[in-house]
Design a protein around this ligand. Structure first.
Ligand code: PLP
Length: 455
């Protein structure tokens, strides 16, 4: 155990709250439930300084892909650390980045040829937007300056990324700071406006995209979307057919397709990338989170040769993409990412996860389907979500101000499960190598916690 002498008379929790402003938190909530001080972690387990352990069923914000303190990844980072921690990535390069680009080239959709490194997901999205904007500026279509996006999307927290995301309560505050986008009504298979059942449709909802493109494509550079899974919207899963149609629509109207695979990449949806379910190749693909196994902040914006070529010219033509982040291409991040690729190549991680996913679906359905407040259990890959509603017949949601999800979160936490909800949607998004036994533990605690709060 570490010593907390620097805390003086305060507890570590009190000292934390004296100085630290935590992300995505109403800090006043911590009066009731202080932040949990984690000492160490292994596999799916987090161990706090008081000796209590928590099963991390949300992969520490969807990032941890292959378990905490994974020996192969940890070793790769410490070996790289002995050689070099970081080096400027303009005019300089290094083996881990070169090798990682080679590995990524083998697994990304076929039209993706070039890799631009950044240091977080939002930055990868900013990069994608700027690249598409500048692409049209430099290929004789300077009027194409705007962006389509899906409603209820999530692409990060910076101003550009927020602008192409959901206009919810917290985003609206910043609206005066943002560019104006053209939102396309996203698919919503649970509450399908066309009255179709999940999996039994022709994506009638795609009309919304067709209409928006017919009206605005001439002024738009790209559409950005989360493929197959709108994560932050409540793990909303939609059909691969929608993506196929979107690829065709983008081709028809000369609009670039930016696919944000930050949450879905590297096996989360049961294939290497969500795009692979639809067999499409996007123009731009954003990667982060699982890229380094959730170890280090790194992202890559991947593009086609066509986009890359529009920036390639004599310096004085002023066509270069002059976007940089200090830690772009960080060698430690690349070493972690290479270790992740090695594991995915050599071990049947995704296949095993897919088998466990089938089992998990059955178990969750058995545990929750008959509960009077379970509206839908939906899933893709190992990701499973349970939407709690006031009335499953009408699908009427619970009043979000009741904070039911948060109440369940607190119960689960006291029992040793980190089950961080999205509103009233509970979800599992564990590391791909979680065992059935660990999943069973999570199911049991989740069921007890739901029962305690909702009866
Ligand atoms: C997490 C996430 C982002 C933002 O990544 P950060 O590293 O948190 O900036 C963007 N898009 C999607 C789909 C994400 O899940």
């Amino acid at each position: 155990m570490r010593d907390f002498e620097f805390c003086g008379d305060l507890t570590p929790e009190q000292t934390d709250l004296k100085y630290i402003w935590h992300p995505c938190s109403q800090m006043k909530d911590y009066e009731e439930l202080a932040p949990i001080v984690i000492d160490h972690a292994k596999g799916v387990w987090l161990y706090d300084i008081h000796g209590k352990k928590y099963l991390d069923i949300v992969s520490s914000w969807w990032a941890n892909l292959l378990g905490h303190s994974n020996e192969i990844i940890s070793r790769a980072i410490s070996e790289q650390l002995r050689r070099m921690e970081h080096v400027i990535f303009a005019n300089f390069t290094h083996a881990p980045a070169i090798q990682l680009a080679c590995e990524l080239a083998k697994i990304v959709p076929p039209q993706i040829k070039k890799f631009h490194f950044n240091d977080n997901g939002s930055a990868a999205v900013e990069c994608a937007l700027k690249m598409c904007f500048q692409f049209y500026l430099q290929t004789g279509k300077p009027r194409k300056q705007r962006f389509f996006c899906l409603t209820d999307g999530y692409h990060g927290e910076t101003i550009g990324a927020l602008a192409v995301g959901s206009m919810d309560l917290y985003t609206k505050i910043y609206q005066p700071m943002m560019m104006e986008t053209i939102p396309v009504q996203a698919p919503d298979c649970y509450r399908c406006p066309f009255g179709k059942l999940r999996g039994c449709c022709q994506c009638e909802c795609f009309q919304a995209a067709e209409k928006a493109f017919a009206e605005h494509a001439s002024e738009c550079a790209a559409i950005i979307l989360e493929p197959l899974l709108q994560g932050s919207a409540g793990m909303r899963v939609y059909p691969a057919l929608y993506l196929k149609k979107m690829r065709a629509l983008c081709d028809a109207y000369d609009v670039k397709l930016i696919v944000d695979e930050i949450a879905t990449g590297f096996g989360r949806t049961g294939k290497m990338f969500a795009c692979d379910h639809a067999g499409i190749s996007p123009d731009v693909m954003c990667l982060s989170k699982g890229l380094t196994g959730g170890y280090l902040p790194m992202s890559v914006t991947c593009v086609t040769q066509e986009i890359y070529d529009a920036f390639y010219a004599d310096y004085n033509e002023g066509k270069a993409f002059l976007h940089s982040h200090t830690y772009a291409g960080n060698p430690l991040g690349c070493a972690a990412a290479l270790a992740v690729q090695k594991i995915l190549r050599e071990e049947p991680v995704i296949e095993t996860a897919n088998k466990n996913a089938v089992w998990l679906t059955q178990e969750l359905e058995q545990a929750f389907e008959t509960h009077p407040h379970v509206g839908e259990i939906r899933h893709i890959g190992l990701i499973h979500a349970i939407e709690l509603v006031k009335d499953p017949k009408t699908k009427e949601p619970f009043d979000s101000r009741k904070r039911l999800g948060y109440a369940i979160y607190k119960r689960a936490l006291s029992r040793g499960l980190l089950l961080r909800p999205l509103g009233n949607v509970l979800y599992f998004n564990p590391p791909l190598n979680i065992t059935r036994e660990e999943l069973q533990t999570a199911i049991n605690i989740a069921r007890q916690s739901v029962r305690e709060v909702l009866g």
